[in-house]
Design a protein around this ligand. Structure first.
Ligand SMILES: [Fe+2]
Length: 258
């Protein structure tokens, strides 16, 4: 099966052509020769937690021909996003946790587990003990060893990009340890947040940050306080699951200029 993976839509950022680029990417996914069976949206749907922007965001996402599954980024807020999903995408899976957006999708050959790292004033989020325990239970309660794909907003490895590493949180280690203990079943960790593609691994599990649909970040290795946009195309990943492992393809899409 093919799964498209988009992220960091940041709708409502007045300086960026978020809707125009998202529209291009939605049209690109809908017109692929082999239609993906699902789309992962790994957080930061809107820019500044102003919920009025969800309407335009979901108007675009609802043009997708296949189901999509979203998680919370540090620019969303879980209860706001849950309300918006209830309003604009009522078929979306419901959260299994009261104050968080965490859920499991079991309709495909790979089990999708969606995680919520939102924590106010923590750009790199927090996966607190309650959320980690929920994940541990989901991973351990898998007697048939069904393959698993985890969706999580932050890339939980040191990137050597000072903007992101300066916010590194201690939960990264706890999450990575738990995931590595299940490297026999977890086949992919799908992330966003970095506004560019980065690939690492947790144990034997590939961890992939996909591009932002809105603007791509300039990566360099010098200390910098703000993330700056480069002029390259935006895009997304297409993950192909063959029953045992994933193969991941980059799809670049010409961007609208800011
Ligand atoms: Fe983010």
């Amino acid at each position: 099966m093919f799964i498209a993976h988009i992220s960091d839509l940041h709708i409502g950022d007045a300086d960026k052509p978020g809707i125009a680029n998202l529209n291009k990417i939605v049209r690109c996914i809908n017109s692929m020769d082999i239609l993906p069976e699902a789309v992962l949206v790994t957080g930061d749907l809107i820019h500044l937690r102003q919920k009025k922007h969800y309407e335009a965001c979901f108007t675009e996402l609802n043009k997708l021909k296949m189901p999509y599954f979203t998680i919370v980024g540090n620019h969303d807020e879980p209860n706001q996003l849950k309300e918006a999903l209830a309003m604009y995408c009522p078929a979306h899976p419901k959260s299994e946790m009261k104050d968080y957006l965490q859920y499991v999708v079991d309709d495909y050959p790979v089990r999708i587990i969606a995680l919520d790292t939102y924590a106010e004033k923590h750009p790199n989020g927090i996966l607190n003990d309650e959320k980690l325990e929920w994940l541990r239970e989901k991973l351990e309660n898998n007697p048939d060893k069904k393959p698993v794909l985890l969706m999580i907003h932050q890339f939980t490895l040191k990137t050597k990009l000072s903007f992101f590493d300066s916010y590194a949180e201690e939960w990264f280690g706890k999450f990575n340890e738990l995931a590595a203990r299940h490297e026999d079943t977890i086949k992919l960790i799908a992330c966003g947040h970095l506004h560019n593609s980065l690939i690492g691994s947790v144990g034997k599990i590939p961890m992939i940050s996909t591009f932002s649909t809105n603007w791509q970040a300039y990566f360099d290795f010098k200390p910098r306080e703000y993330l700056t946009a480069n002029k390259l195309p935006v895009g997304f990943y297409l993950h192909r699951f063959d029953g045992e492992k994933f193969m991941s393809y980059v799809v670049a899409v010409p961007r609208e200029c800011a």
